[in-house]
Design a protein around this ligand. Sequence first.
Ligand code: ATP
Length: 220
Amino acid sequence: MISFERVSKRYEGGHDALRDVSFEIGADELVFLTGHSGAGKTTLLRLVMLLEQPTRGRVLVAGRDLSRITRRAIPAHRREVGVVFQNHRLLFDRSVFDNVALPLYIAGYDHREIGKRVRAALDKVGLLRQERAMPVTLSGGEQQRVGIARAVVGRPPVLLADEPTGNLDPALSAEIMTLFEDFSRVGVTVLIASHDLALISRLRHRIITLREGRLVGAPA
Ligand SMILES: Nc1ncnc2c1ncn2[C@@H]1O[C@H](COP(=O)(O)OP(=O)(O)OP(=O)(O)O)[C@@H](O)[C@H]1O
């Protein structure tokens, strides 16, 4: 579902954020991406979102070579890739419902379909009863669940998360990871960048490690 073929990324100024990175992630897999700060995790996720282009190599998502996606087709690609951020980036002057509905408003869904899909997403993350709440009234873990509901409301086949438990205590972090496992179980491809080695090594999914832009353990 996600495939990197000898991908390198050099930023302007000459910094090599990724060097000759190759791996494949199957459609029903949940994979963790780890590595020290600056190892290239965020860069790798940004390539999948098409926020960056590789300097060398190819990135494929669902069999499509991202370098061949035209400018007009980028929004359609982004709808296929749900993204969860560490600080969840919620709109604090909007209700939980409106935050989750945002991608559907932008995509032009009709009112009834939005209602149905938002409630289905909130149900999956256990927040159905908080739809009218404002984000400030929720705990950090609940706010992160709103961010996850927003990421999955368009039913993307791919879900990316960048340090989704970075601000949460261990018990809440484990709960959030269970949610990602639930999505993986129903066929969503999940890639989670995380520093939390204690947590991710307990969960027994594949771990991809970057060190200074290279995959650790990959053939030279
Ligand atoms: N837009 C950019 N321009 C130039 N250099 C960049 C840019 N974005 C990232 N870098 C550099 O590329 C390297 C990899 O950064 P990246 O954010 O991918 O690492 P990371 O593993 O996600 O780190 P962290 O865990 O701290 O977020 C870093 O040295 C960073 O300074």
